[in-house]
Design a protein around this ligand. Sequence first.
Ligand code: PLP
Length: 340
Amino acid sequence: MIDLRSDTVTLPSDEMRAAAADAEVGDDVYGMDPTVTELETRAAEIVDMEAAMFVPSGTMGNQIAARVHTERGQEALVERESHVVRWELGGFAQLSELQIRTVDGGPRGIPTPEQVREEYVEKTLHRPGTGLLSLENSHNYRGGVAIAPEKIAAAAEAAHDRAVPVHLDGARIFNAAMARDVDVTAFTEHVDSVMFCLSKGLGAPVGSILAGDTDFIREGRRVRKLLGGGMRQAGMIAGPGLVALENREHLADDHANAKRLAGGLKEIDGLAVQEPETNILMVDTENTGMTASEFLERLEDEGVYGIPREGTVLRFTTNWNVDADDIDDAIERIADLLDS
Ligand SMILES: *Cc1c(COP(=O)(O)O)cnc(C)c1O
């Protein structure tokens, strides 16, 4: 089976399993797990923020950020197709009692500073006030596009000019940094908090990081507890997370494989391919006469897996359980499918 559904499907390496087995642990709710503390310290260092916190999932990290940055009843300004709007169950409304105001960031999923200024709402007798700007990089729904640091900086500056804090959903921030050939701090220096996933391209079995300043993370720990995210001997999963954190260079292989896959699929009649910038590849099956779901159902019989988006659009995501030979194999099976 060639599993291109997501970069979350990877199985932990032997090194990660060993790190779990050998982790020095304690009760992290009491701040006594040295492996978790080491992971948080190292993560904060990498994104150059004062503090960081280990959370069970990226979703929880984003939700904690929204809750800590805002007050009940405020507006959150978010990109229309961002993960926090599309795939987090309306968490900003459910957990932080925020009203969402979406802005259309276009095909690259990034609001312009003009849009931020236009959609900003001042707190008055009648209006709730904007309490947060949330950005995303790489932008998942838009096809893993890697947004330039200057675009993040410009949108963030427009928010900061109005004293609005900025959160960056950087589930795949290291993919964006690699694609842009910059250090991750080129993004994080412009925002007040960042979330990134250890469990995606970096390959850890569990967990994400939320980073920000010391006060933000102190309050974030209270919200994490509230949401049921206080974990005990969490070094068992933080150990593999530490290994994952040092896997950042490996993302280059995923990007090369996405390009390889795009190159192969482009040659196949009926498929339209969006040029990949990171490890995500968007493919349109319209000219095959099949919807994405129909196409993928048939492809599963050939042992290749992707996920459908809407209509005729589907997503393949390269990951470190898939190598260049698997990619060539996948291309061949897709070509055969459309030939038959
Ligand atoms: C995967 C993802 C998340 C959520 O991470 P989970 O660990 O699956 O909860 C958040 N934002 C983006 C952009 C993602 O791709």
